[in-house]
Ligand binder design. Structure first.
Ligand code: NAP
Length: 315
């Protein structure tokens, strides 16, 4: 029986572990399919307090995991495949068929990229990517396109200027929704060409099935054009990783985010099950917010376990 199992190893999961471990719980983190979460794909993290010169998403999440381990957290590089919640008896089936039983659980499942093109999946690994940090170097001196106008899209575009000869940003409106500092940098970058008011219709393929370009349509004139490129980076938002929770009794909102009982805390509708980070945050989805939510979840789990430990008849 584990006292606390944390699902997810991004900022929320690691912060929960640091707080719970320092309270003596010896938590177990299941690092999941993407250890460190989506943040590992961010090349430049400039808004996380404590790093005046910035850091990378990988370095930041790696440091958080090491900090959690230092206080007695165990990190397992496995993913949960099935969950069954019951007070003090939460069953977590792992991808190798083994089962964990936990008195309390923190859900820090994070988020994943939303799809933005009808034929997107067939081009994965054939020129289509969601991560400039990971795949940008494959497109050295080539023309690439980024789809989206939020923080992620603009960060991808800026990161790609280090490799690509030309970066097309395809955005469906006439203004970015990204932070001003990123928008200003993109507008000043000579390698970036912005296609305002353009919807991505689909991808054109080479004879070998690789990306040859993005077909776009102007929302003002309806004219269709082809943006020729060998790489496409899709950054049209994120979705919470909560499919695993279907049928478990955890309440989700209409967008699939975990509903918290009280926005200021980390309590879900189930006793002893807490949630933190992107999977429970439809609004901010920032690393610093996820870490703060994780700290609350760690403290809420400690409080829950100490209260039940002190009840008569409990160990
Ligand atoms: P986002 O902020 O939701 O932006 C999504 C962008 O994609 C918007 O420009 C949106 O256009 C566009 N879009 C959505 N669906 C589309 C479609 N079907 N076709 C074409 N375009 C589409 O998502 P994000 O940029 O991925 O960021 C996710 C979260 O992480 C955000 O909360 C963001 O602030 C955060 N983040 C922060 C940083 C940072 O602070 N440095 C870095 C990365 C991410 P509209 O504007 O027209 O809706």
């Amino acid at each position: 029986m584990e006292r606390l199992v944390i699902l997810g190893s991004g900022p929320a999961g690691c912060a929960a572990a640091i707080y719970a471990a320092r309270a003596g719980l010896k938590p177990l983190i299941l690092a999941g399919m993407q250890p460190g979460g989506l943040l590992t794909q961010t090349n430049h993290v400039e808004n996380y307090p404590g790093f005046p010169d910035g850091t990378t998403g990988f370095d930041l999440t790696d440091a958080m995991a090491r900090q959690a381990q230092r206080f007695g957290t165990t990190l397992k590089f496995q993913a949960a495949t099935k969950l069954a919640f019951s007070p003090h008896n939460n069953r977590i089936l792992l991808d190798d068929g083994t089962e964990l039983v936990a008195e309390s659980v923190v859900l820090a499942l994070g988020s994943r990229h939303r799809l933005g093109l009808p034929d997107e999946k067939q081009f994965l690994g054939k020129g289509l990517s969601y991560c400039a940090t990971c795949d940008g170097a494959f497109f050295r001196n080539q023309s690439v396109a980024v789809i989206g106008g939020g923080d992620m899209a603009l960060e991808e575009a800026l990161a790609l200027t280090a490799f690509a000869s030309e970066v097309h940003v395809i955005h469906r409106r006439e203004a970015f929704s990204a932070t001003k500092i990123l928008a200003d940098r993109v507008l000043a970058e000579p390698k970036i060409r912005i296609h305002w008011n353009c919807l991505p219709l689909g991808l054109e393929a080479t004879e070998t099935g690789r990306v040859a370009g993005v077909r776009i349509q102007s929302t003002t004139s309806s004219e269709e054009t082809l943006v020729s490129c060998t790489g496409v980076f899709v950054a049209v938002g994120v979705l919470p990783n909560t499919e695993l929770l279907e049928g478990t009794g955890i309440l989700l909102d209409e967008q699939g985010y975990i509903k918290l009982r009280d926005a200021a805390r980390s309590l879900t509708n189930l006793q002893g099950v807490f949630a933190a980070g992107d999977c429970a945050d439809p609004t901010y989805r920032q690393a610093i917010v996820a870490a703060g939510m994780g700290a609350k979840a760690g403290m809420d789990a400690v409080h829950f376990l100490s209260e039940t430990d002190n009840q008569p008849g409990q160990k």
